[in-house]
Write a protein that binds this ligand. Structure first.
Ligand SMILES: *[C@@H]1O[C@H](CO)[C@@H](O)[C@H](O)[C@H]1NC(C)=O
Length: 201
């Protein structure tokens, strides 16, 4: 990391429970956020914060590593700080994202740290969340099975695969299946699930 570039990396360790990537906002989500924020606020009161030399720059880049609680962090915290209009266009969509929009203040993607090279030096803060790698592996496996199992409403794998191309969430246009590692893991596990189902029948 290069402090010379004034890129501040705040690595946060959060242990939060969260729901699926593309769930729509519901009352459950609100209550979940409420609990999460209260828990954070309470624990912050107890923690003595040392003097913090990090300064929040004009642009905040949130590097969302899958299965680290990023969705909760985004919806319960960042969303309350940055209105949608402040979000850079095509956040969460690397191939088309456009960091040149003037005045956008929040960039959120599932990419890697290399994205930083495209962001304005000296005026970008970077935040990411780290989690115990083993927990991430288990969580990744569980989430892949969960997403793959949604396809079991289809009578067979052919029908399930054909549907995939047509699924697009209404709001942002980024499907779980476009995102690494789900892009690779979900089809793989889905195929395995259908093999087992056919075998049972
Ligand atoms: C899969 O399901 C579809 C929809 O019910 C059906 O039209 C198709 O014949 C099935 N394909 C196979 C290989 O069983």
């Amino acid at each position: 990391m290069a402090p010379a570039q004034n890129v501040v990396v705040l690595a946060m360790l959060l242990a939060v429970v969260f729901t699926s990537l593309n769930a729509s906002p519901t009352e459950d989500d609100f209550l979940h956020c409420q609990r999460t924020v209260k828990r954070w606020a309470t624990s912050s009161l107890e923690t003595k914060v040392k003097e913090d030399k990090h300064k929040l720059q004009d642009l905040l880049f949130f590097l969302h590593i899958p299965r680290t609680g990023g969705r909760t962090y985004f919806h319960c915290f960042l969303r309350r700080l940055y209105y949608s209009s402040l979000e850079c266009p095509r956040s969460y969509d690397k191939l088309r994202f456009d960091p040149s929009k003037p005045n956008c203040r929040l960039m959120v993607t599932h990419d890697d740290y290399s994205v930083v090279s495209k962001l304005p030096r000296g005026s970008t803060s970077v935040v990411t969340i780290l989690r115990n790698p083993l927990d991430r592996v288990f969580s990744t496996y569980e989430f892949s099975v969960e997403v793959a199992a949604r396809f079991l409403v289809h009578p067979n794998l052919t029908s399930a695969t054909q549907m995939t191309g047509r699924i697009r969430p209404k709001n942002k246009g980024v499907s779980t299946l476009d995102i690494w590692p789900w892009k690779y893991l979900v089809p793989w596990i889905r195929e395995d699930l259908f093999t087992r189902v056919c075998f049972l029948w």
